[in-house]
Design a protein around this ligand. Structure first.
Ligand SMILES: Cc1cc2nc3c(=O)[nH]c(=O)nc-3n(C[C@H](O)[C@H](O)[C@H](O)COP(=O)(O)O)c2cc1C
Length: 375
């Protein structure tokens, strides 16, 4: 019997991927300011990582002005941003690649300095992120997280509508699909989890009510794109941004089972061992494996990410735990990652200091194999 590998083709919705090395969504904070529109440098970065029939999931992009929590993050709520993204998408398509956009709202993982009118960030409930975690203001000064303002029930439809509009803007920009960011302690996950959601209306309380916000957003986005071009990202057992459900299994089993009949393009996990990899080097021990736990429940295409090497990725696919593997940090430093993995070539190490913000350095100057390393 022939087991599938990273280099077996894969059908994802209407798209035939030629390989299963997916580029994970990666916030890089290098959009144009103040428009927060992607610029030519961003198009070059994505084009470098595009391969014929390879899937890129572009970085998380807020669907409304109140959805930002980091400087220089590209949005998907203005004409200028749609135009900027259009150039990114065209550059990826010119190389035969596929590109989805990740739709984002950070909720309480923001600071009033990012908010229109300097208002408090919004969240399901007025529960702040732990004081042990620090953030930065819009002009880069260290700050504590504030206590967010709990959304009124009547405001929630407006946020669902912003996701619908963001999805529609992504379509105008020419993307091949969209991914809903339901992971890493951001707004959707704040609704899902009981520590951050103390609501007593129909968006809080039991699991079904806490999942309602995600489901309404997913249905709205499907209304724009059709289910086969929509993915959802979740991070069960994750702890990023002070997230974490005491007993994740009932919650996430319900979510996965509710998503099952929709016919999504894929479900995308962040493996708990890599939770928080955006902030620091992590390798959490003795944590469950999301793909192993949820594969038996999820009926569709499963993508997962978190500390994979070519070898462990191939094993996960051959063992049937996942259909494709998303790579984050090593895709930053290896623009030709699919080729390196297929040929067993050595990898260039990444430089965490240049992950967020800046220009070419640590962004578009990583070499393809055989070129000289940057000075
Ligand atoms: C610099 C950086 C930025 C990230 N930005 C995002 C993001 O925008 N959306 C998201 O869902 N995950 C984000 N992540 C998580 C990655 O998508 C990925 O799940 C994680 O890095 C684990 O994969 P890896 O071990 O291959 O890096 C980010 C991670 C890093 C290192």
């Amino acid at each position: 019997m022939n087991f599938p590998s990273l280099f077996s083709p894969l059908q994802v919705g209407p798209y035939r991927l030629t390989h299963r090395v997916v580029m994970a969504p990666l916030t890089r904070m290098r959009a144009e300011r103040p428009s927060l529109a992607p610029r030519p440098l961003n198009a070059e970065y994505y084009a470098q990582r595009a391969t014929p029939g390879g899937l890129i999931i572009a970085e998380a992009s807020p669907v409304m002005a109140g959805g930002f929590g980091n400087p220089g993050v590209p949005g998907i709520h203005s004409e200028a941003q749609v135009k900027g993204w259009r150039a990114v998408v065209d550059a990826v398509h010119a190389r035969g690649g596929l590109i989805f956009l990740q739709l984002w709202h950070v909720g309480r993982v923001s600071h009033s300095s990012f908010q229109p009118g300097g208002a408090l960030p919004v969240a399901p409930s007025a529960v702040p992120i732990s004081a042990e975690l620090k953030t930065m203001t819009a002009d880069g000064k260290p700050a504590s997280y504030e206590t967010p303002r709990a959304l009124e029930t009547s405001e929630i439809a407006g946020i669902v509508e912003a996701f619908r509009q963001g999805a529609s803007n992504a379509m105008k920009a020419g993307f091949d699909g969209v991914e809903i960011h339901g992971a890493n302690g951001y707004l959707i996950e704040q609704f899902l989890q009981s520590r951050s959601n103390l609501r007593t209306d129909r968006y809080g309380g039991g699991i079904e009510s806490r999942a309602r916000f995600l489901m309404e957003i997913t249905e709205a986005v499907i209304g724009v794109w059709g289910a086969s071009r929509v993915g959802v990202r979740l991070s069960p057992y994750g702890i990023a941004n002070d997230s974490g459900e005491a007993d994740p299994m009932p919650l996430y089993s319900h979510v996965v089972q509710t998503l099952n009949p929709l016919g999504l393009a894929y479900l995308h996990f962040i493996e708990p061992r890599s939770s928080g990899a955006g902030r620091a080097e992590v390798n959490h021990q003795n944590v469950p494996s999301a793909m192993v736990l949820f594969r038996p429940i999820w009926k569709g295409i499963l993508i997962t990410a978190g500390g994979f090497t070519g070898e462990t990725a191939n094993a996960a696919i051959a063992d049937g735990h996942a259909d494709a593997i998303a790579f984050g940090r090593i895709f930053i430093s290896n623009p030709d990652l699919p080729r390196r993995l297929s040929q067993g070539l050595p990898l260039t190490p990444y430089n965490r200091a240049t992950f967020y913000g800046g220009e070419e350095k640590g962004y578009t100057d990583y070499p393809v194999y055989g070129e000289l390393e940057p000075a």
